[in-house]
Design a protein around this ligand. Structure first.
Ligand code: DQQ
Length: 522
């Protein structure tokens, strides 16, 4: 057998009973049913996300052996519509050979079309070092052969003292050849994206840091601190939509701020990429959930849409995840567009609406102090859309995953300051989300731009996964109610006057049916 071909020897007999890890994961009530999850075991970053010959391909950081971050493989699934997914064979497996550059893991990377040849660029891990590697795929993207020349960059740039060196953003250079960004950090300065060029994806020349952060320019506890290393850099241009005027800042650089082993949160820079520099205008938080929407990757699909996935990390202990047999949820696929002020707007792709069942609609009503209103779909697998309008000084809540006695409840709160022009604050309050004292209950919040106090909110509840979108600004998080009756949904008026112009809800259908396999076969 060609030693460079991914070994298939670990694959069990496809007629065998479902793997115990899969059975255990499927039995867990916290496991989402309409988000993408791995068959069982561990999942983290989305990788190689692309729309190839009309099929969406989602690869992901995967440990099929155990729900822990170790010996990372590349899982793979395909979808015609970003809604339902079919597992494909594991794409990359850490090498059996101890001196191979990916002996200890195949970390994050991308898929590019090298003149018709599907090609992965990823970080091979050996010991505590990560170096860029390449693998080429069969025409159907199911068999991958790692390159004999791996690693294709033998060491990080010697002149810099770096905190880390991994993850890749690769694109064809308009003048021919390729450009690549590798996530990194310069010790004593801040995170960075290092720029390389190549004629063939195999031999790379270092051009310099594209842009460097300043880890000392704000408190390290700030939720927009840029960290000491940038993971999973993803740079793209957002073309102006029909009827929109061109912006002077067409480019976006997304990165995940990391610090000494701690995943902090995801940020993006707006600005202009000019070939060797990224002239930044501003930095923004990508998702108010912080580390709960991490390491995102996006692609341009055949319809010209920028679609993004991120990793919704766990909020329960490592031991609890391991006992459950699975860890990590992929966000819903998000459509990313640009607001007139140059910031990003995000919303779930409209295809997900095909999962909606049993429509409920509430007409307009007013919430004043202490008033409560129920009537929307109850459950742990629901989609809620509401048009709210808060008067200055008003405060109102949408409560989900609530028990009738209120001992468990997850609160989405909107607060409009007295100043009519000030942003509304969106808060996720998880202090009563779970009676389990070991799960994370720290709050999440951020400002929402508004006109006349209008907030269009969408809340997608999928067991432990919760994604909120308020006027296009997302907040992703995880919640772990212990009570099986934590299905209640209600609006609550806290202060002032809030008008609910309309509210709708649906039960969401499952996307997973047949038992899945840790080592999927074709
Ligand atoms: N996860 C990967 C890395 C990346 C990190 C390893 C971000 O490539 O830097 O599984 O979550």
């Amino acid at each position: 057998m060609n030693p460079l071909v991914v070994p298939l020897t670990d694959h069990p007999d496809p007629t065998a009973a479902p793997d115990e890890l899969v059975t255990r994961a499927e039995a867990d009530g916290h496991r989402p049913r309409f988000h993408f999850v791995s068959p069982a075991g561990w999942l983290n970053d989305p990788n190689g996300f692309s729309h190839w010959n009309g099929v969406y391909h989602l690869f992901y950081q995967y440990n099929p052996l155990k729900a822990v971050h170790s010996r990372i493989h590349w899982g793979h699934a395909t979808s015609p519509d970003l809604v339902t997914w079919t597992d494909a064979p594991v794409a990359l497996v850490p090498s059996d050979s101890a001196d191979a550059p990916d002996a200890d893991g195949c970390w994050s990377g991308v898929l590019v079309d090298d003149h018709g040849v599907p090609t992965l660029v990823y970080s091979g891990r050996r010991g505590d070092q990560e170096l860029p590697c390449v693998a080429v795929g069969s025409a159907d993207l199911t068999e991958w052969t790692t390159d004999a020349a791996n690693p294709v960059i033998s060491a990080p740039p010697a002149a810099l003292e770096l905190t880390a060196f991994r993850d890749h953003c690769v694109w064809p250079h308009p003048g021919g050849g390729w450009r690549q960004l590798i996530g990194s950090g310069i010790r004593g300065q801040g995170g960075t994206a290092l720029l390389y060029e190549s004629p063939d994806l195999r031999s790379w020349s270092y051009l310099g840091p594209l842009v460097v952060g300043d880890s000392g320019d704000r408190e390290t506890t700030a939720d927009d601190w840029t960290g000491t290393m940038w993971e999973c850099v993803d740079m793209f241009r957002l073309e102006a939509g029909a009827g929109e005027s061109e912006t002077v800042d067409p480019d976006v650089l997304v990165f995940s701020a990391w610090d000494d082993g701690v995943t902090r949160h995801t940020l993006y820079l707006t600005g202009r990429y000019s070939g060797t520099e990224f002239e930044r205008t501003a930095a923004h938080r990508l998702d108010y959930g912080g580390r709960y929407f991490y390491a995102p990757q996006s692609t341009l699909d055949a319809r010209g849409r920028r679609v993004m996935f991120g990793w919704l990390q766990e909020g329960r202990t490592d031991a609890a995840a391991e006992a459950a047999g699975w860890s990590g949820v992929m966000s819903l696929p998000r459509l990313v567009t640009r607001a007139p002020d140059g910031t990003l707007l995000q919303q779930p792709v409209p295809e997900l609406e095909t999962l909606r069942r049993d429509h409920v609609r509430l007409g307009g009503f007013v919430l004043t102090d202490g008033e409560r209103r129920t009537g929307l779909t109850r459950g742990d697998q629901i989609d809620i859309v509401a048009d709210l309008q808060l008067e200055p000084g008003a405060e109102a809540e949408l409560v989900v995953r609530a028990t009738a006695d209120g001992t468990e409840r997850t609160v989405i709160r909107f607060t409009r300051p007295d100043d009519p022009h000030a942003d509304v604050t969106l808060e996720l309050i998880r202090t009563a989300s779970s009676l389990d004292p070991t799960v994370d209950a720290t709050p999440r919040s951020g400002p929402i731009r508004q006109v006349d106090g209008h907030i269009r909110v969408r809340a997608l509840v999928d067991h432990s996964a919760l994604e909120i979108f308020a006027n296009g600004q997302p907040l992703a998080c995880r919640v772990y109610p212990t009570r099986t009756d934590a299905h209640g949904v209600e609006f609550v008026g806290l202060r002032g006057r809030a008008q609910v112009h309309q509210a709708e809800s649906w039960r969401m259908a499952d996307i997973w049916h047949a038992p899945r396999r840790l080592w999927p076969e074709l």
